[in-house]
Design a protein. Structure first.
Length: 351
């Protein structure tokens, strides 16, 4: 590609482009102002000569186009860019670029955007020069940066998938020990996610809640299996042992670097709004919102399914129970969202 050289300064009208410091400097390079009186001219002219060569040495693309898409100037770095965008032997850019140049000249507005050109990606700025009827194009190749970002995103997603698989394996480990609560954590996760969605939580936060709910009873790994499956009423000491499971669960997961407060969800899922819960007797908003939602889902699933010490109470009774607990033990908004889902919106509890 033969790059056209910029025309001599005498052929252009003195003008100032709108809104671009770089553009101002381009014109200043081509049309140096006389040195102020009393200053030696040698030094500024030397600086100007050095700067005038800047586009020639720049790794970024510098072009000057007329409104028809003819290339009036292209620096050496522009050769590959012009070839990639389909310029006619470097003399004329294709129709879409010519159209952008024409629009920029007509509007007089500087326009910047990210563009895919060939297999590359560029930050492109079109800066019109009012009065002179041409537009400067500055393009920075950001292909490598975008590829690195895509690779980092993919690695992050891969890591998250393996984290989810590990969490699912941990959940299965808990439920293997207690056939009565088999599937409990998965069902609680599904209910909690639905409640959070109804309450309008952000998708990323809901994802964390789903993960936390999936392992909320992981501390039961440390509870003797005979206590988990014991029919009838539990003795005070047995109850105290079972009530250790939020603390034990927190101990198990607290060092895993989740991007959500999963360990706190596990720790707080038996806290109650009036401070009567365990292990720390937290109240109201001291309890993480995710844990408050989790508590509602946990109670609904616990009451509506069969347990070792009692048969299933059914969905209607479970809903009556959370209504009774609303505000005092369970978060009022989470209860309301759950009731709306099940009574008005046809949400069906997972089997
Ligand atoms: Fe629990
Ligand atoms: Fe539970």
């Amino acid at each position: 590609m033969q790059a056209a050289a910029p025309g001599p300064a005498s052929e252009r009208q003195p003008s100032r482009p709108a809104g671009s410091a770089l553009l101002v400097s381009m014109d200043d390079l081509c049309e140096p102002n006389p040195a102020p009186q009393g200053r030696p001219q040698e030094a500024p002219q030397q600086e100007i000569r050095m700067l005038a060569g800047a586009p020639e040495r720049s790794p970024n693309i510098v072009l000057r186009l007329d409104p028809c898409g003819s290339v009036l100037y292209a620096n050496p770095a522009a050769a590959a860019f012009l070839a990639a965008c389909g310029a006619d032997e470097g003399r004329r850019v294709p129709a879409p670029w010519a159209e952008m140049a024409r629009e920029a000249c007509e509007s007089g507005m500087v326009r910047s955007e990210e563009m895919a050109v060939g297999s590359g990606c560029y930050d492109v700025t079109l800066a019109p020069v009012p009065g002179d009827g041409y537009v400067h194009v500055y393009a920075v190749d950001i292909t490598r940066r975008r590829r690195a970002e895509a690779a980092a995103r993919e690695a992050g997603q891969k890591l998250l998938r393996s984290l989810e698989q590990t969490v699912a394996a941990l959940a299965r480990a808990v439920e293997k020990r207690d056939p009565y609560t088999s599937g409990h954590q998965q069902r609680v996760a599904a209910i909690a996610v639905a409640i959070a969605g109804e309450m309008g939580l952000a998708p990323h936060r809901i994802e964390g809640l789903r993960l936390g709910a999936t392992i909320h009873d992981i501390g039961k790994l440390h509870t003797p299996a005979e206590l988990l499956t014991k029919p009838g009423k539990l003795m005070a000491l047995e109850l105290a042992w079972i009530r250790q499971h939020p603390l034990t669960g927190h101990e198990i997961v607290k060092d895993i670097d989740f991007p959500w407060p999963v360990a706190q969800m596990v720790l707080q899922h038996h806290e109650r709004m009036d401070g009567s819960g365990y292990p720390h007797g937290l109240q109201g908003e001291e309890i993480l919102l995710e844990a408050r939602i989790l508590a509602v889902a946990d109670v609904v699933d616990g009451l509506s399914t069969h347990r070792a010490h009692r048969p299933a109470l059914g969905v209607a009774a479970a809903l009556q129970e959370i209504e009774r607990m609303r505000g005092r033990w369970l978060d009022a908004q989470a209860v309301d969202a759950c009731l709306r889902l099940l009574r008005e919106q046809g949400f069906v509890l997972p089997a």
